[in-house]
Design a protein around this ligand. Structure first.
Ligand SMILES: Cc1cc2nc3c(=O)[nH]c(=O)nc-3n(C[C@H](O)[C@H](O)[C@H](O)COP(=O)(O)OP(=O)(O)OC[C@H]3O[C@@H](n4cnc5c(N)ncnc54)[C@H](O)[C@@H]3O)c2cc1C
Ligand code: FES
Length: 281
């Protein structure tokens, strides 16, 4: 990456995937760095994030939605406001700016040899997908134990990464469950909020399990309460925070909670760490 940490590297959008067909408007962008040196040297960890510039519109942080084992970078963006709407207006061939990667990322080394449980909701599945596809990559799969996933969407139209589902379901020692909020025709999976399904759909008592959860704050709250009731230790429940950010690397102070800078010390934290923080997040 370039030495000037604030200077974005140009990247071309090579594919745009419209993920959802409902009010939740999410698109996934596959991008390729223009500069060959950057392209060849760029690396990141699942759970890290990048600062993305839509030229003339602004900059915003987004997690990596792809695995570092893939030769391209993908980001999935929910249309929310100014920068995300501008991003949604871009098409294949358009150029964006990317700086990073920033942040700590998921504790991949700590996850090695362990059973892993992923509980994602809505756009929160995007950062989890980076780690899921890393763990399920053929070159890495034998470094991890059983994998279980519960993905929650409001409705079938909101399901993200449908093109990954068969690969996830066919991976060895992997259980994949999907749930929607309310029953509807032609839906063959679970129905109900994910915390109500943990006991019946997943085996949360597998020894040595690490739990990764990401989604709307209300979902995370209920999931952690349920996991705690099951006796799961807070240090084994891991999430990633979304704060407003500016520099992305611990200089501007925009993202601090107590003495933590979410951009530098996070965005990935265990619930043991979050419990030590002031209740601003
Ligand atoms: C580390 C990190 C990773 C992220 N990864 C993703 C991702 O993979 N995909 C994705 O779609 N989004 C992600 N986000 C959130 C994304 O950065 C915001 O949605 C984006 O900055 C909104 O910009 P905007 O200009 O479109 O919205 P604005 O016009 O600035 O705001 C629109 C609305 O969104 C709220 N908002 C804006 N930024 C945030 C924020 N950071 N947290 C909570 N609410 C906010 C505002 O209060 C306002 O209500 C991530 C954020 C962080 C910090
Ligand atoms: S975004 Fe600047 S210190 Fe975190």
């Amino acid at each position: 990456m370039k030495k000037d940490k604030m200077k974005p590297n140009k990247a071309e959008i090579i594919e745009v995937i419209q993920e959802t067909g409902s009010n939740l408007n999410v698109k996934t962008y596959r991008v390729k760095f223009i500069d060959e040196d950057v392209r060849n040297s760029f690396s990141f960890r699942p759970g890290q994030f990048m600062m993305v510039t839509v030229f003339g519109k602004g900059e915003a942080p987004f997690g990596f939605a792809s695995s570092p084992t893939q030769e391209y970078v993908e980001l999935s963006i929910k249309e929310t406001g100014r920068v995300t709407s501008a991003m949604h207006n871009l098409a294949e061939g358009d150029i964006i700016g990317i700086r990073g990667p920033y942040g700590n990322g998921f504790p991949v080394e700590r996850a090695e040899g362990k059973n892993l449980v992923f509980i994602g909701g809505g756009i929160g599945i995007a950062p989890l997908r980076s780690l899921i596809n890393y763990v399920l990559d053929e070159s890495k799969r034998d470094q991890f134990g059983n994998v279980q996933m519960l993905h929650a969407f409001r409705s079938p139209e909101d399901a993200l990464f449908k093109y990954d589902h068969a690969m996830w379901e066919n991976s060895p020692d992997t259980v994949v469950k999907y749930t929607i909020d309310n029953p509807c025709d032609d839906w063959e999976h679970c129905v109900g909020f994910p915390h109500t399904l943990l006991a019946s759909e997943l085996d949360c008592e597998l020894p040595d399990a690490l739990f990764f959860t990401c989604g709307p704050p209300i979902m995370i709250k209920f999931i952690t309460e349920e996991l705690k009731k099951m006796g799961i230790e807070k240090k084994n429940i891991i999430t990633t925070l979304e704060m407003r950010m500016s520099c992305g690397f611990g200089k501007c102070g925009r993202c601090n909670i107590g003495h933590y800078y979410v951009c530098k010390d996070g965005p990935v934290f265990t619930f043991e760490q979050l419990n030590e923080m002031p209740s601003e997040y």
